[in-house]
Design a protein around this ligand. Structure first.
Ligand SMILES: Nc1ncnc2c1ncn2[C@@H]1O[C@H](COP(=O)(O)OP(=O)(O)OP(=O)(O)O)[C@@H](O)[C@H]1O
Length: 251
């Protein structure tokens, strides 16, 4: 079997008496989209925080590219290639799309944010930034201040900035949230392309997107994964039907 890029083993975290993450294990393998679904309060955000390093587990392990990163903070995990969007956005509204992308490339290379003009003039930085912008379909918006972008365009800029990290794994928190049908279709197509850059752990409530994209789906309920399998397996799993998915979603 292919070596997982991201692996969590028996993660546990309690808030007081509440077991928000109750022995979760999962893997993310090269090229795949692994969707994590579950009702409100199931523990999806908590699990993402544990994976990204903003929360520390009571027990268990997080491994990235074969390395145990459980003790590493979020910045170290990001530098190791864990690209997390979209809850905390680093987009600067006053700067253009290209300037934001240049800063992301510069930051990923460990260079100072302080010298913006020379950075924009640096052909290598600018070339890399332009390539990331093109990858997400924003080339014709490169001179627009990020604050003037439509919601879906901003999400795509965030992905372009994540690409600057040369990510090993994407962890995406509800990329379809707030999108209309056209935006969701565009984002679905983009994620289907980006999986070849790095595999995607996708937390998403939009079942059309999940069923279109996911190679595997894991269902989280009350901090535990109650089922994990292909879309077809999950759609027909009686426990999943009972615990989460309405019958109408599965027809
Ligand atoms: N810092 C905290 N302190 C106490 N309880 C918390 C904390 N963070 C989350 N919880 C609780 O842990 C449980 C899991 O919450 P979490 O936000 O991870 O769920 P979720 O699946 O992301 O929900 P949603 O889909 O609504 O975002 C909930 O019962 C929540 O109230």
């Amino acid at each position: 079997m292919t070596e997982p890029v991201l692996e969590v083993r028996n993660l546990q975290l309690s808030f007081g008496a509440l077991r928000a993450t109750d022995g979760v294990s999962l893997t993310l393998c090269p090229g795949e989209i692994h969707a994590l679904i579950g009702p409100n309060g199931a523990g999806k955000s908590t699990l993402i925080g544990l994976i990204a390093g903003t929360l520390k587990p009571d027990a268990g392990q997080v491994r990235l590219a074969g390395r145990d990163v459980t003790a590493a903070d979020a910045a170290v995990r990001a530098r190791a290639g864990l690209a997390r969007s979209f809850q905390v956005s680093a987009v600067a509204a006053d700067l253009t799309v290209l300037q934001n992308a240049v800063l992301a490339v510069q930051g990923a290379r460990g260079q100072s944010f302080g010298f913006f003009r020379p950075a924009l003039a640096d052909a290598a930085l600018r070339g890399a930034a332009e390539a990331h912008i093109a990858r997400v379909g924003l080339s014709d918006r490169r001179t627009i201040p990020a604050g003037d972008l439509a919601h879906g365009e901003r999400r795509r800029l965030e992905l372009a900035m994540a690409l600057a990290l040369a990510p090993r794994a994407f962890v995406l928190d509800e990329p379809m949230a707030g999108m209309g049908p056209d935006g969701a279709r565009e984002m679905t197509a983009l994620l289907d392309d980006l999986r070849h850059e790095a595999p995607i752990l996708l937390v998403e409530h939009d079942m059309d997107a999940v069923f279109a994209l996911a190679d595997r789906v894991s269902v989280l309920v009350s901090g535990r994964i109650i089922a994990s399998g292909t879309v077809a397996e999950i759609r027909t799993d009686p426990e999943v039907r009972r615990a989460y998915l309405g019958e109408e979603m599965l027809e």
